[in-house]
Every structure is written in structure tokens, then in C-alpha cells.
Design a protein around this ligand. Structure first.
Ligand SMILES: [Zn+2]
Length: 172
């Protein structure tokens, strides 16, 4: 995630970023604004490195584009249980769960397209094959969360269309 922070239109230093881990088996992530992000334990357990990177690029894009999700109920509040970025590397056993339910507003479809597109740009600026990674990750999200009403697709609508839109982006 750190290489992605540097290439944002409004770069963040790792010290400005906090990532909260929700103890929730569904796959989801959110941008809470001000460099604060939320991920679920389901995401950390089920995503491979590239998928996690693409999801985080998408969330960083929401932040970069000022699409802030208002986190409505986070139980004990954002400051409790926040951990620093480096600790969410997959395999780390030292995650601090946040009590409470991830209840977030849905992004609009337009915001989703914009965050996918900008997430691809961030990945490309950091040297990754962004289009491929984002399209593959969206396909994985559809499979991994298919049929369930919660998780990433509940707060990030329109995934099939989004895959097509990502594939239609110009090559770098
Ligand atoms: Zn989104």
C-alpha cells in the first residue's frame, strides 16, 4: 500500500494513514476520510496480495477523489482499534479488531467508475499492471461475494458493468 500513497494526487505519508480492521467475515473495505481506512478480516483472509492491493488502490482513489463514506456506526469509534498501515500485511497475526458493524452509505455508480479508473492510475503510477489487476480483482469480488447481500458489492454497486468499464480503459 505504501507505494500507492506516494503517487496519489494528494499524497499521504504512511504516518498519516490509519487502517482499522473490522472483525467481519464478509469481504469489504471503506475510506473513512482523513487517511482513515477500514478493511474486514474477511478481506485480509481471502484476498491475495494483488487483490488486496487493487482493493486498497480503489479505496485510496475514493479518498483522493473526495468520495468520503460517512461511517455511521462504528461502535467504539474510529480512534479505538485503529492500527498503523504496516500491520495489515497479510499473514500478520497482530490485528486489532474494531467492535461494531460496518454500516456505510453506498457510493454512487459514477463514484465507483471514477474510483476504479483512478485506482488503475494509482496502480500504474506505482508500476503495477493496473487495468489487469483491477479487472481481475473485481471478477474475484463478484465470485467471492456472489449471492450474498453484504460486503463489498453492497457498498460498491455495479460490479459487472465496472469490469467492462475497466477493461475499456486506454492502455498506459
Ligand atoms: Zn468503491
Amino acid at each position: 500500500m505504501v507505494p500507492l500513497l506516494k503517487v496519489m494526487d494528494h499524497p499521504l505519508s504512511p504516518g498519516q494513514v490509519k487502517v482499522g480492521v473490522m472483525d467481519d467475515p464478509s469481504i469489504n473495505a471503506a475510506s473513512a476520510g482523513n487517511g482513515e481506512f477500514l478493511v474486514t478480516t474477511g478481506l485480509l483472509q481471502k484476498a491475495n496480495d494483488d487483490q488486496l492491493r487493487a482493493v486498497l488502490a480503489h479505496e485510496l482513489a475514493h479518498q483522493d477523489l473526495n468520495h468520503v463514506q460517512k461511517t455511521q456506526t462504528l461502535g467504539t469509534g474510529l480512534s479505538i482499534g485503529m492500527i498503523i498501515l504496516d500491520q495489515i500485511i497479510p499473514g500478520s497475526g497482530n490485528l486489532t479488531p474494531i467492535a461494531g458493524e460496518l454500516l456505510l452509505r453506498k457510493y454512487t455508480r459514477g463514484e465507483e467508475y471514477a474510483a476504479d479508473k483512478h485506482g488503475v492510475q494509482l496502480l500504474q503510477r506505482a508500476g503495477y499492471p493496473g487495468k489487469q489487476m483491477m479487472a481481475d480483482t473485481l471478477s474475484w469480488l463478484m465470485q467471492a461475494t456472489g449471492g450474498s447481500s453484504g460486503g463489498f458489492l453492497a457498498t460498491h454497486p455495479g460490479t459487472a458493468d465496472r469490469i467492462a468499464a475497466v477493461k475499456a480503459l486506454p492502455d498506459p
